[in-house]
Design a protein around this ligand. Structure first.
Ligand code: Q46
Ligand code: ZN
Length: 292
């Protein structure tokens, strides 16, 4: 059904599902991502990775709900939400929904424009803030996201190309909880993008195949292509690049990381932890809703 060249293995459907489960189980264990009784909130986009992650965590027996953020990016968002809802309903899982427009008065395209930010920056900031908030409000211990090996290797590649040492310090598959922030984990880092697509096919998971229209021209797509070229010539390069970084180099960048947490205040507007008086999300909301 699928060959995974970096493992030098071919799988039938049944064993491929078992293989994915094992990779996730090992990742969770190795990086101490989730303790058995903890409650997990999966950030769901309606795409293959987040739905596969939700499915895998539920299969592995975790107490896991999903959260979907309506970004208001035209048809793409409408369809993505439908996939997320259908998945949850079909499996009897709980999906928490947050609507940026209804609850905060803006959507990603118009809000970004009004706030003079690129859409992905306004979007990323909103996601980080609202997933944290949803986790804390709902009493979840952990927020899990569907970042896969290709995503993490591409981000690492970009950060190395520019020697963004601050980002390199933060690029870990688990970010520990700290005052006002839940733990963040990426249990799919051992699985590649095409493997997640294959997993969805085998498991009968219907997902949003379209990419977000705002992603066009995103630098990471170019990094993924570059890494795919290298991977085709030398299977295993991507995994080695990422996991050897974690193993041998990450600690050289994260000395001192986390020191700033002592200095965190509570946002005067929403109460979220922030190094300044008003948090970046509240500033975005204000600019996105008053400049129009
Ligand atoms: S959803 Fe949002 Fe992505 Fe679309 S606007 Fe950019 S960040 S590309 S993962
Ligand atoms: Zn705030």
């Amino acid at each position: 059904m699928i060959d995974v060249r970096r493992h030098n293995a071919n799988f039938c459907g049944e064993h491929f599902v078992a293989h994915c489960e094992e990779q996730v189980r090992r990742t969770i264990h190795q990086f101490r991502m989730i303790a058995p009784a903890e409650r997990v909130l999966v950030a769901v986009s309606g795409g293959k990775d987040s739905l596969a992650l939700w499915d895998l965590l539920a299969r592995l027996g975790y107490d896991v709900d999903g959260v979907y953020l309506r970004l208001g990016i035209g048809e793409y968002s409408d369809e993505s939400g439908d996939y997320a809802r259908r998945f949850a309903a079909g499996r009897g899982l709980k999906l928490v929904e947050i609507d940026l427009r209804d609850e905060y008065g803006f959507d990603v395209p118009t809000g970004a424009k009004a706030a003079k930010r690129v859409p992905c920056s306004a979007c990323g900031l909103s996601k980080r803030h609202l997933f944290n908030r949803a986790a804390l409000d709902g009493g979840y211990d952990v927020v899990a996201t569907g970042h896969n090996l290709d995503d993490e290797a591409a981000v690492l590649f970009g950060n190395v190309l520019r020697w963004n040492v601050d980002y390199l310090a933060r690029q870990a598959p688990v970010l520990p909880e700290r005052a006002g922030f839940p733990r963040k984990v990426k249990p799919l880092v051992r699985l590649a993008e095409r493997e997640m697509a294959a997993y969805c096919v085998v498991r009968g998971i219907d997902y949003q195949v379209e990419e977000c229209p705002m992603a066009a021209g995103n630098r990471h797509l170019g990094y993924k292509e570059a890494l795919n070229t290298i991977e085709a010539q030398s299977p295993g390069s991507k995994a080695a690049f990422y996991f050897e970084f974690l193993d041998k180099a990450a600690h050289r960048f994260n000395a001192g990381f986390g020191d700033e947490q002592d200095a965190l205040l509570s946002c005067a507007s929403c109460g979220a932890p922030t190094p300044v008086e008003i948090c970046a999300f509240c500033k975005l909301v204000e600019r996105a809703t008053t400049t129009r």
